[in-house]
Design a protein around this ligand. Structure first.
Ligand SMILES: [Zn+2]
Length: 309
């Protein structure tokens, strides 16, 4: 299977900023070194496709550097042309990974999962909502109609929830810390608030129950998995208490359910703010290994199989 990256695209960040800009290259190098699969550089999402998701005025302000001070504060990153360019590549990586998933059964973006981005707002390091972009693009291509978003980043996917609120054929499931950012929530199709300190066992039970509830309603033709590294116990922004084996069990659970359903899986990274970037990379790499090994064992299901059945 193929992986998508955008790690060559960098942007100016103040020293000490917690955005883990270095993780993307480090992860791509590990994926290549381990031979998990070829890694391709994602092209830039077109402004036309981004307009399938975002407000025209908002996109115009992003393009031209016209964000207000308040908008830039909500984004949490300093605006630059490089930041916007990078966001377009990161977002297209998810579109490409979703296309791979539909064709081959599995796809993975070594980036993406910018789930706080809303219709007309950047929030929490997120400019564009890549997952909703992929949903709208794939639908337009007639590849799949019904989607399930399984968002296990430790923060609620508020942008995704907002964007999918009126979409009866896309189900937004978010499992997240209840006492964590964002403090003003959008309402998703299923939101599971977990208390600070939730450990592996309780987390895995909650995820399993949530999938039991979501899947029969969602009846997905394709699943998008946000495999955030920030539920890890050492994460600076996490507040849950998952171990690395616990996160691997999370990935296995999502992969098992997807295989049981016989639908394609598109995996994206979302957040991860370990004080040492190597920890985040290790967690992301474990996800990439799990996805690749499941694919190589022949358990991945392309959309054509599913739609023909
Ligand atoms: Zn997060």
């Amino acid at each position: 299977m193929r992986f998508w990256t955008h790690d060559r695209f960098l942007f100016p960040l103040p020293t000490g900023h917690r955005f883990p800009l270095g993780k993307y290259r480090a992860l791509r190098e590990r994926v290549e070194a381990e031979g998990l699969g070829p890694v391709a550089e994602a092209p830039a999402a077109s402004w036309e496709s981004l307009a399938l998701v975002h407000d025209a005025g908002y996109l115009e302000r992003l393009r031209g550097g016209g964000l207000t001070r308040r908008e830039e504060r909500a984004l949490g990153l300093p605006w630059s042309p490089e930041l916007v360019e990078r966001g377009r590549h990161s977002s297209q990586g998810t579109v490409e990974a979703a296309r791979d998933a539909a064709r081959e059964g599995s796809g993975m973006n070594l980036g993406g999962g910018t789930h706080h981005a809303a219709h007309a707002a950047a929030r929490g390091f997120c400019l564009f909502n890549d997952v909703v972009l992929a949903i709208r693009v794939l639908r337009g291509e007639g590849v799949a109609r019904r989607f399930l978003v399984v968002d296990t980043d430790v923060h609620q996917g508020d942008g995704t929830a907002e964007l999918l609120a009126d979409d009866p054929e896309a189900f937004a499931l978010s499992l997240h810390g209840g006492a964590n950012y964002p403090f003003v929530r959008a309402v998703g199709d299923l939101d599971v608030d977990l208390p600070n300190g939730t450990g592996d066992d309780a987390y895995l039970t909650a995820l399993s129950d949530a999938l039991d509830r979501a899947i029969p309603t969602a009846r997905p033709e394709l699943i998008v998995f946000l495999a955030g590294a920030d539920p890890w116990q050492g994460d600076a922004l996490g507040r849950l208490a998952l171990t690395k084996p616990g996160l691997r069990a999370r990935d296995t659970l999502v992969l098992d359910r997807t295989a049981a359903l016989g639908v394609p899986l598109c995996t994206v990274l979302a957040g991860g703010y370990a004080p040492d970037i190597a920890d985040t990379v290790e967690i992301n790499l474990a996800t990439a290994r799990a996805v690749a090994s499941r694919h190589d064992s022949g358990q991945a299901c392309p959309a054509s199989d599913y739609l023909a059945s």
